[in-house]
Design a protein around this ligand. Structure first.
Ligand SMILES: [Ca+2]
Length: 406
């Protein structure tokens, strides 16, 4: 009985491996059904490989100790995307599959690992031939663009591994990672001369935007920022759904220049014509609109200097002009208080009497002080009328390095 269980486990393992190989070959073998899969494991493996002579390549998350692997995952993702666009290799469906498998089997590929051990991971665990791995660490005390980068790309098809690329470098700008080193690595792997254009590559890579942007289609780092935008927690309570005593959770008890209690210039109430949704409503008379306007603050939330954040909100105005300030503060012990050292001023534009969505990125910085907390100030002025705000979001979309931390 024990023996049978053991055999069953081994068979199960093999099946899982075949499943993995099949996934690698999904485009060619999507028509294979389970019935066929169980008929002969070995035959299937050889058929699959004979039908597709491309090698299987596994990009791993890069090590980045400085931020618990966040940046390393972005670089791994970047390599995966470039490989996919470049074509020519069988790839895991997502790098997330590689990540999960490594976590489940306690595998942590790093540049320090012996090639033999790495080959075992690539060949035996993933049934693949080529492994791409490395590390990316921020250089403390230098500008935000300096990283110590190690990239290794090795083909383990034969008993003697073939090293296609093994480079250690310190970057001058972040864009060198995709546009210089990952590109060189791909050229080396594909046996291209440097500068020969790969499939899906821009012939003028230097002209591509280097930083994350909302047009993430061409830049894998930007795509990682968009993933963070989806998955990171909101730093403020922005939906105005919860609260007590007429004050929404996560926001000030008072509003406006006179710091008046909520209920007049700013009201925590339901959306007009939609009692199921709660919003923050500003009500401006002519005098207030033409003078100080009305401002309303969120609570403080922690921020890190040098990280990139995205602010977003929905708003609707029947007259007043609308701005948002994300103000960031350092602590001044001599004054025993926080003081504003950075602000992102955002001018919201859109048709009147309609819900608009505004989104804008910002990176808190100060040459001398360290912005540590942020808070959102919603602001309306210029013309009398009413403004509703809802779904305010602030998320960190690109992490910061410890080189800039205290
Ligand atoms: Ca709401």
């Amino acid at each position: 009985m024990m023996k049978d269980e053991c055999k069953l486990k081994i068979a199960d393992c093999k099946l899982q491996n075949v499943g993995k190989t099949l996934r690698h070959n999904r485009r060619q073998f999507s028509i294979f059904n389970f019935q066929f899969a169980i008929c002969n494991l070995l035959l299937l493996l050889s058929v699959a490989q004979a039908a597709d002579e491309r090698k299987a390549a596994i990009p791993f998350d890069f090590v980045s100790k400085f931020d618990d692997g966040r940046y390393g995952r972005m670089v791994g993702e970047l390599v995966w995307k470039k490989l996919e666009r470049d074509g020519g290799f069988i790839l895991p469906e997502t790098i997330g599959d590689v990540r999960e498998y490594c976590a489940a089997h306690k595998l942590s590929p790093s540049p320090e690992m012996e090639l033999e051990a790495m080959g075992k991971i690539v060949r035996e665990h993933f049934g693949a031939q080529v492994g791409i791995w490395g590390s990316v660490e921020r250089v403390p005390g230098t500008g935000e663009d300096a990283y110590d980068l190690t990239i290794k790309c090795v083909d383990f098809s034969d008993t003697r591994p073939k090293v296609h690329y093994d480079v250690k470098a310190r970057t001058k700008t972040v864009s060198e990672i995709p546009h210089l080193y990952v590109r060189q690595m791909l050229d080396a792997l594909k046996g291209r001369k440097p500068g020969e254009v790969g499939k899906g590559e821009s012939p003028h890579p230097a002209a591509e935007p280097s930083g994350p942007s909302r047009q993430s289609g061409t830049d894998p780092l930007a795509a990682a920022a968009e993933d963070n935008w989806k998955n990171e927690p909101n730093l403020i309570a922005g939906d105005f759904e919860r609260g007590a005593d007429g004050v929404p959770a996560g926001w000030d008890k008072t509003a406006g220049q006179q710091r008046a209690p909520l209920g007049t210039e700013v009201r925590w109430t339901t959306e007009k014509n939609n009692p199921a949704n709660r919003v923050a409503r500003f009500v401006l008379d002519k005098n207030t609109a033409e003078n100080a306007g009305v401002m309303y603050y969120s609570d403080y939330f922690p921020i890190e200097e040098g990280a990139k954040y995205r602010f977003q909100c929905r708003w609707r105005s029947d007259g007043p002009a609308v701005k948002v300030f994300v103000k960031c503060y350092d602590y001044f012990p001599d004054e025993a208080r926080r003081r504003e050292v950075y602000r992102s001023q955002q001018n919201l534009q859109g048709p009147g009497n309609a819900w608009n969505t505004h989104a804008e990125d910002f990176t808190p910085r100060h040459s001398k002080y360290a912005p540590r907390w942020g808070r959102v100030m919603l602001y309306a002025y210029l013309k009398p009328g009413e403004v509703e705000f809802d779904d305010v979001i602030v998320k960190r979309i690109v992490p910061v390095s410890p080189g800039e931390r205290d």
